[in-house]
Design a protein. Structure first.
Length: 259
């Protein structure tokens, strides 16, 4: 019994020692799955078009159009003729020059200068008679500017607002037969007019033609008159003004060519 216990004790000491002396197995590393990145596709190369691109259109100066509608978009000068109605359509009776800005605003100067005179020489067919002479004349000078501002557009047709400031001067002499019986009369008028107009630019024409129609009305006027009677030596000065937004227009039709 004693020997059996001794042997058991020896086995109990030797077995753990042998187990401790044996090398421990190397742990197997844990495999982590990594997602393989998707390959980047090669850039798509478009097949060149065998048809060559059209050459850009060469636009000559002063031949450009706004949105293809036919009106010039540069500073231009328009020369035209037309009619003040009522008038025979076959007989133009007015001319004009228009200075058109790049924005479309147009300035149209209006000038008037005239001079009329009549001379009468009367011989008396009596014994010892003489003669009498009379000379009458009237001079007119006026200047105005019509400013045309585009407001709306429908296709090749523009709607314009019109403002026309101006001044005029009239000088006349009434000289009946006699030594000192002449009558001198002068009148100066400052005025402002308003109106509406339309202008059509034919889009199919190479030249810059336009057809326009205007309707203008007086808005304000101030007049100063001076009259001197040489026979009575009386001078009379008169002032007057008018103001009214009436619509009783003077109608005008014009044809212009812009250079």
């Amino acid at each position: 019994m004693k020997n059996f216990l001794t042997a058991s004790f020896v086995v109990a000491l030797v077995v753990p020692s042998l187990a401790a002396a044996q090398p421990r197995p190397t742990p197997t590393p844990k495999v982590v799955a990594t997602a393989t990145p998707a390959p980047t596709p090669a850039p798509f190369l478009a097949t060149p078009d065998p048809t060559p691109a059209p050459e850009p259109e060469v636009v000559m100066p002063m031949a450009r159009f706004v949105a293809g509608e036919g009106d010039p978009n540069e500073k231009t000068v328009g020369v035209g003729a037309g009619w003040l109605f009522p008038q025979d359509i076959f007989t133009p009776n007015t001319v004009s020059v228009r200075f058109r800005m790049k924005s479309g605003t147009t300035i149209e100067p209006i000038a008037n200068a005239s001079f009329t005179q009549s001379f009468t020489h009367q011989h008396l067919a009596v014994s010892g008679g003489g003669s009498t002479a009379a000379r009458d004349y009237t001079a007119n000078l006026g200047f105005a500017v019509q400013i045309r501002k585009p407001m709306k557009r429908r296709g090749p047709v523009e709607l314009h607002a019109l403002v026309t400031p101006g001044v005029s001067y009239t000088d006349s002499v009434d000289n009946p037969s006699g030594a000192r019986d002449r009558v001198f009369d002068t009148t100066t008028v400052w005025a402002l007019g308003w109106g509406l107009g339309v202008e059509y630019f034919p889009p199919k024409l190479e030249q810059h033609w336009s057809l326009s129609m205007d309707a203008t009305n007086p808005l304000f006027a101030f007049a100063y008159n001076s009259n001197y009677d040489q026979a009575t030596r009386v001078r009379t000065n008169t002032t007057g003004y008018s103001l009214g937004a009436t619509f009783n227009p003077a109608v005008r039709g014009m044809v212009h060519l812009y250079y």
